[in-house]
Design a protein around this ligand. Structure first.
Ligand code: HEC
Length: 151
């Protein structure tokens, strides 16, 4: 009986660890789904590293509008894992304080507002670059507080 209880406890601990890993992975996969259109399309085209393509620009805006509102759900307490081997960056402990919730919501809302404000203004490389910078500044306002770099 005791042996079964122990075996069950080991399984529960194993599942909890797997969920914690999943919640970090979930956060990074959303950030990657954001970084592909943001840096990979808008940023790269704004810096003329790719030929300007209006259809790709428009699709990137739609992708950002879809993904960005998911950000506030990405910081469950069990995903406060600190630095790990897989990335140079991690979520700072401050992101998991209950009092950070309202600030995170506000910073995400600022990103959504920046996207809405510049959507449709990108018509060429110069205007795209301005639009990208406006959104990027809003992303970085959050990263500077809640994203930590491995030292
Ligand atoms: C809640 C504030 C917040 C906002 C707003 C935000 N991020 Fe992040 N982002 C974070 C945090 C915290 C991390 C670190 C997460 C980790 O490493 O687990 C991160 C990580 C990332 C990463 C690295 C993912 C990895 O694999 O390590 C990328 C890329 C990224 N963000 C892009 C963006 C872009 C682009 C925007 C704006 C469109 C944005 N983020 C908006 C908080 C934010």
């Amino acid at each position: 009986m005791i042996r079964y209880a122990l075996a069950a406890a080991v399984v529960v601990v194993g599942i909890t660890a797997a969920f914690a890993q999943d919640s970090v992975t979930a956060r990074r996969s959303v950030m990657k789904a954001i970084s592909a259109p943001h840096y990979g399309v808008l940023g790269a085209m704004g810096r003329a590293r790719q030929p300007y393509d209006q259809a790709k620009v428009d699709a990137a805006f739609v992708a950002l509008e879809t993904q960005v509102p998911k950000i506030p759900t990405l910081f469950p307490a069990d995903s406060n894992k600190g630095p790990d081997a897989g990335s140079d960056y991690y979520a700072a402990p401050a992101a998991f304080q209950p009092q950070a919730n309202a600030d995170i919501e506000a910073k995400v809302a600022a990103v959504s507002k920046a996207i809405a404000d510049v959507k449709g203004t990108a018509k060429d490389v110069a205007s795209l670059n301005a639009a990208f910078t406006a959104i990027n500044n809003a992303c970085n306002a959050c990263h500077s507080v809640y994203q930590a770099r491995k030292s």
